[in-house]
Design a protein around this ligand. Structure first.
Ligand SMILES: [Zn+2]
Ligand SMILES: [Zn+2]
Ligand SMILES: [Zn+2]
Length: 437
C-alpha cells in the first residue's frame, strides 16, 4: 500500500516489547514470534510512515507499581522476570503518552500477557504472572488523581478472570469481558450472573459468547451493548485488553472472528489505550489483526486489510445464535441500567472463598476473603494458603476508605498470626507494607 501522504486522524503511539528472553517453553504457544511477525508486518505495511503513527520505548515497572495491585508471594522477584517488568512498564508508558497528550491513543504490543493474574500471585496461571492493565490503572489513578472512571473492555477470547478479581470490589472501574463461553474454554469462568462484589454490583459485566461466534456476533455486542454502556458511563479513560485469540485460525480457541472484524470492533469501542493479551495464530492472524487495530486506532482506512486466506461469507452466524447473543446483550444492558437500584449491604463482613488454580505452574491456592461493608468503599483482607507452602494475610485499604475502615485494615495487619507473611496495600497513602507472620 502507498502510505507516503496518509495522515492519521488520531496521533497513535506504539510500544513493542517482544520479550526475546522470556518463554514458558520453546514450543509453547506463548512465545516471542508472536510479536516478531507483527513488527515485520507493521514495517512492511509502512504503518510507521503514516504521519502521526510513531513508535516509543517501553519503561520498567518498579516494585511500587506492582505492589499497588499485587500481593506477590513470597516476594515480587520470586514470581516474575525482567520481561514482566518491561511488559508492565510498556503499558505504563502507553498510558503516560496519552495522559501527557503526546499522542491521542496508544497500543502496548507487549508480552508476557497479564489478564489471568489475580490480586494474590503465587506463580503463573494462563501464561500470566502479573496483571498489566491493572498495574497501568493503578499507576494512572496514583499519578492523575482527577481520573476516576476507567473502563476495561477485555476482548480476549478467554475470560479476564484476573482483572475481574482485582477490581471485583471497585466502584470506579467498570470491567466488561467478552469471551468464549466459560463452559467450553479455560479459565471456565465469566458468567452473566457474576456482576461484581456488593458495593460494586454491576461494575463487572461478563458476556460469554457461543463457540463459533463470527464478525456478526462480535459487532452486535460492540454496537448494542458496549457502545451504549460507554455512552452512559462517560469514562475518563477506556482501555482495551486486545487479545486476538478470537481469530478463526487461532489454534487454542474455537471462534470465527476476522482481522477486519477486530478493526471494526476497535472503531466502535474507541479505546484510548490498547494492550495486547493473547492470540496464538502467529503468522496467519496476529500481524493482520494488529495492523487492523493500529489503523483503526489511528483513524485510517482499514478496508483493504484481509488475511491471505480470507474469503467473504466463509463464516455465517446461525440465526439461533444471533438470537441468543441479542438476548444476552439485552439482559446485560438491563443489569447495567438497574445496578444503582440494587440495595447494598452497608455493614457487616462479606466472605468469599475460592480455590485458585495455577495451570501453568501447577499450584493450587485456597483463599478466604473478608470484606468489611461500609458507606465508604470498605476494606478487605485475603487469607491465602498455597500448595507451595506459602501462606499470607493480605490487607487492602482502598481509595476513599473512611477512618473506621482504615483502622480495621491496620488492626487486621497488626494482629494476623499463623501466616508466613502479612502484607498491606494502603491506596490513599500509596504505601505497601510487608512483615513476616
Ligand atoms: Zn475476554
Ligand atoms: Zn486468551
Ligand atoms: Zn468505611
Amino acid at each position: 500500500m502507498k502510505t507516503g501522504r496518509i495522515k492519521a486522524k488520531n496521533r497513535t503511539g506504539l510500544i513493542f516489547f517482544p520479550a526475546y528472553d522470556w518463554e514458558i517453553s520453546a514450543f509453547h504457544p506463548e512465545r516471542k514470534e508472536r510479536l516478531l511477525y507483527t513488527h515485520d508486518q507493521v514495517i512492511e505495511e509502512g504503518l510507521l510512515d503514516i504521519e502521526g503513527i510513531s513508535e516509543f520505548k517501553a519503561g520498567i515497572a518498579t516494585d511500587k507499581d506492582i505492589s499497588r495491585v499485587h500481593f506477590c508471594l513470597p516476594d515480587i522477584d520470586s514470581v516474575i522476570t525482567d520481561s514482566h517488568r518491561i511488559s508492565a512498564g510498556g503499558c505504563i508508558e502507553a498510558a503516560r503518552l496519552v495522559l501527557e497528550k503526546k499522542v491521542d491513543r496508544s497500543f502496548a504490543l507487549v508480552r508476557p500477557p497479564g489478564h489471568h493474574s489475580m490480586r494474590v500471585v503465587h506463580g503463573c496461571r494462563g501464561f500470566c504472572n502479573i496483571n498489566m492493565e491493572a498495574i497501568m490503572v493503578e499507576w494512572i489513578r496514583t499519578n492523575y488523581p482527577h481520573i476516576k472512571k476507567i473502563v476495561i473492555v477485555d476482548t480476549d477470547c478467554h475470560h479476564g478472570d484476573g482483572t475481574q478479581d482485582i477490581f471485583w470490589h471497585d466502584p470506579d472501574i467498570l470491567f466488561i469481558s467478552v469471551h468464549q463461553d466459560g463452559r467450553t474454554l479455560y479459565p471456565w469462568s465469566g458468567f452473566p450472573e457474576d456482576l461484581g462484589g456488593s458495593g460494586a454490583r454491576g461494575m463487572t459485566l461478563n458476556v460469554p459468547l457461543p463457540p463459533g461466534t463470527t464478525d456478526d456476533g462480535f459487532i452486535y455486542v460492540a454496537e448494542n451493548l458496549i457502545r451504549p454502556i460507554l455512552d452512559e458511563f462517560k469514562p475518563d479513560i477506556v482501555i482495551n485488553s486486545a487479545g486476538q485469540d478470537n481469530h478463526y485460525s487461532d489454534p487454542i480457541t474455537d471462534m470465527q472472528f476476522t482481522a477486519g472484524g477486530y478493526a471494526r470492533l476497535t472503531e466502535i469501542v474507541s479505546p484510548d489505550i490498547c494492550v495486547l493479551e493473547g492470540g496464538y495464530s502467529i503468522e496467519m492472524a496476529l500481524p493482520y489483526i494488529n495492523t487492523g487495530i493500529i489503523l483503526s486506532l489511528a483513524g485510517v482506512d482499514y478496508s483493504y486489510l484481509k488475511e491471505p486466506d480470507f474469503r467473504p461469507d466463509r463464516f455465517k452466524q446461525a440465526s439461533v445464535e444471533m438470537k441468543y447473543i441479542a438476548g444476552l446483550c439485552d439482559s446485560m444492558l438491563n443489569y447495567w441500567r438497574k445496578r444503582q437500584g440494587i440495595p447494598l449491604k452497608k455493614e457487616g463482613i462479606v466472605e468469599r472463598r475460592k480455590t485458585v488454580r495455577y495451570d501453568t505452574d501447577n499450584i493450587v491456592d485456597r483463599q478466604a476473603e473478608f470484606k468489611k461493608m461500609c458507606d465508604c468503599p470498605g476494606v478487605f483482607r485475603i487469607e491465602t494458603r498455597a500448595s507451595t507452602g506459602n501462606s499470607a494475610t493480605c490487607v487492602h485499604i482502598p481509595r476513599g476508605a473512611c477512618e473506621s475502615c482504615r483502622s480495621q485494615g491496620i488492626e487486621w495487619f497488626d494482629s494476623a498470626e499463623g501466616f508466613d507473611f502479612v502484607q498491606m496495600q494502603d491506596m490513599d497513602k500509596d504505601i505497601f507494607t510487608s512483615r513476616k507472620g
